[in-house]
Design a binder for this molecule. Structure first.
Ligand code: TXA
Ligand code: MG
Length: 315
């Protein structure tokens, strides 16, 4: 039998070389990160960045996150500040993205940042992707590896589901541990969360020892459109399903064991629930359920990020 996943490669030294070569040639590849899988290309190359937008069918107004190996590799692309240094020391490499002001000498392709005067940067933690970043002398523009408005992928097969054979290379780095996208924090003025993630506002506040801004004005995340993270079937929050053709996403103890019930975390652990969220929604869609209902998920810590994604998915 022919292997339909022939563009998925397990990670090893040979595949690292292949990946680096491909990126240097201006191609885009599917890479694992600790949050979700990404669609990576040379952030300094117009050709590569153009491909990313085209592949995802992403609006040109929605900027990409630029990924670096460490702060030593920033090449003066951005202007750093104290809040950045504190948060970098505490959380990087890890699931957090910083929006900073662009430096005049910034080499990042203008399209990648949607022509803004700010850049979102991140230092991902996955071993393979770190090896890639260490082997190249340019950063990677890397949005989640899904078609625009859809669910982010958390495994190599999820990436395959999105793009099939259109991608020459998808690297299998196992299941993404965090399972939802990084926290995006704006550091261009008073620190403010633009996209919640498993690193919570409270974690950031404790680390900076200041209160974060709640202002609706100032920098906004152009990608935080209302409809997003959609599994492609309707979702209704806070209600129970009426029949067995509807799936029920639940959290914690006290539920019956039913075929159409999908528990994000039986032990009521919000981190575990975040890690299972997209995987579960993809599974439900594949099984052919017509609609998803979701029980109440506690709204603190990673729960804030889970509820944010579910609310957008339900639009
Ligand atoms: O965990 C992650 O961040 C994943 C992995 C692959 O690294 N990437 C990811 O990228 O989620 P993407 O493109 O799906 O989401 C990027 C988000 C969008 O909401 C975008 O609007 C925002 O970051 N963003 C990017 N540049 C920005 C900027 N200069 N100012 C404000 N928001 C920005
Ligand atoms: Mg995305």
């Amino acid at each position: 039998m022919k292997n339909i996943y022939s563009n998925i490669y397990s990670f090893n030294k040979k595949v690292l070389k292949k990946t680096v070569k491909s990126l240097k040639q201006g191609n885009i590849v599917g890479l694992p990160t600790e949050t979700v899988y990404g669609l990576a290309g040379n952030a300094y190359s117009k050709k590569a960045v153009k491909k990313i937008f085209k592949f995802k069918n992403r609006p040109k107004t929605n900027p990409l996150i630029i990924h670096y190996f460490s702060k030593k590799n920033l090449n003066k692309d951005v202007i750093l500040n104290d809040s950045f240094f504190k948060l970098y020391k505490r959380f990087c490499p890890g699931p957090i993205t910083f929006v900073l002001k662009k430096n005049k000498r910034c080499k990042i392709e203008n399209l990648a940042t949607a022509k803004l005067n700010t850049v979102a940067i991140r230092f991902p933690k996955h071993r393979f992707t770190r090896s890639v970043l260490r082997s190249i002398n340019f950063p990677l523009a890397m949005p989640s590896a899904n078609l625009s408005t859809g669910l982010s992928p958390v495994s190599a097969k999820d990436v395959f589901d999105e793009f099939k054979k259109k991608l020459g290379l998808i690297v299998d780095g196992g299941k993404s541990k965090v399972g939802i996208e990084s926290t995006v924090v704006d550091l261009t003025s008073h620190p403010k969360i633009l996209r919640p993630g498993v690193i919570s506002a409270k974690d950031i506040k404790n680390s900076l020892r200041i209160n974060l801004s709640n202002k609706k004005t100032g920098v906004r995340s152009p990608g935080m459109m209302k409809k997003h993270y959609s599994p492609g079937i309707p979702i209704q929050l806070g209600k129970k399903p009426k029949n067995s053709r509807h799936a029920y996403i639940i959290f914690g103890k006290g539920y019956k064991n039913k075929d159409n019930y999908f528990n994000l975390s039986k032990k009521a652990d919000l981190k575990e629930a975040a890690a299972n969220l997209y995987k579960t929604m993809r599974k439900i869609k594949k099984k052919g359920y017509l609609k998803i209902f979701v029980s109440k998920i506690p709204n603190f810590g990673p729960g804030i990020a889970i509820n944010d994604r579910l609310t957008r998915a339900s639009k």
